[in-house]
Design a protein around this ligand. Structure first.
Ligand SMILES: [Fe+2]
Ligand SMILES: [Fe+2]
Length: 299
């Protein structure tokens, strides 16, 4: 029998809501989507923890003339994270920007927005893309999010959209999926974990809104929230949303290059190119460049 939300004490990843009475019956997709979104809206829901430093960096990255010293203090606040960020900045994906020995070098050579992207990617890999029992879909989602971010940056270089900002949005676009997996995985002792294939249709239905809700809960800039809320259609209230369309195109290309996530990328590629003002010939160049970028990511 399926009834809805039962109240449980607040813990990480949980607000109210157990999705069924006996732990064995799962809701049909539309109901599951509604129940998960209700869980995210509950006052006692606690989203996965995004380090405060990442949120502060995102805010700093939007300000002109920020002092290097204050950025470095922020970057170094969590030594483990700082070490991982430096390691990533030294990887093949950023090697073309010159030798990087320290976070200060990384800041000088890569710039604040790129470094913020690396910081956010590292923080999410450590703290968000982890749900016991859902390791395989989480790993696939992590790879898909990274690929979409890198391709979104390449796409936006052909538009007037800031490419580094697009990278951040690409990285975050499916964060609602990660949060829903975390929420489902955080269940009462002994309760079975629902099979991912069984819950996927419900997650797919809810995830754009869930990603936008996460942005709100993390107090990220409202324009990121809007872009994430329409990252499949690229349209918001009937109007074209350029950044949302760029993410939709990036994830479509990611899927073509083997980094899709299930069957979520269904937007029409030629239409997305057209609304972004990108000629089909340039679209092919983007695909080539994206292929090269993903190969470098794997190096
Ligand atoms: Fe996606
Ligand atoms: Fe998505």
């Amino acid at each position: 029998m399926t009834t809805n939300l039962t109240v449980r004490p607040p813990r990480f990843g949980m607000g109210t809501a157990n999705l069924d009475d006996d732990g064995t019956t799962w809701l049909p997709p539309a109901q599951l989507a509604r129940a998960l979104l209700a869980r995210f809206r509950a006052p006692d829901y606690r989203p996965p923890v995004l380090p405060a430093e990442a949120v502060e960096l995102l805010a700093l990255a939007r300000q002109p003339n920020v002092a290097y010293a204050s950025i470095l203090t922020l970057l170094e606040r969590d030594p483990l994270l700082a070490a991982r960020v430096l390691q990533r900045a030294q990887s093949a994906a950023y090697a073309s920007r010159g030798s990087i020995q320290s976070l200060r070098d990384a800041l000088v050579r890569l710039g604040l927005t790129t470094l913020t992207g690396i910081f956010l990617e590292t923080a999410m890999n450590l703290r968000v893309f982890r749900a016991p029992g859902y390791e395989a879909p989480m790993a696939q989602l992590q790879a898909h999010s990274a690929a979409t971010a890198h391709i979104c940056r390449i796409v936006c270089r052909r538009t007037a959209i800031c490419d580094e900002y697009a990278f951040l949005c690409g990285l975050l676009h499916d964060v609602g999926l990660a949060a829903m997996m975390l929420s489902l995985a955080d269940r009462p002792r002994g309760a079975p974990l629902p099979d991912f294939e069984q819950v996927w249709p419900g997650l797919r239905e809810a995830h754009e809104e869930a990603s936008a809700m996460l942005c709100r809960l993390w107090r990220l800039p409202p324009d990121i929230e809007l872009a994430l809320s329409c990252h499949h259609s690229g349209r918001l209230d009937g109007h074209l949303h350029p950044l949302g369309s760029a993410i939709a195109l990036a994830e479509r290309l990611a899927a073509r290059l083997g980094r899709g996530f299930r069957d979520e990328a269904q937007a029409d590629e030629s239409h997305l190119l057209e609304v972004l003002g990108i000629a089909p010939r340039v679209g092919l160049e983007i695909l080539d460049e994206a292929r090269g970028a993903l190969a470098t990511l794997d190096a």
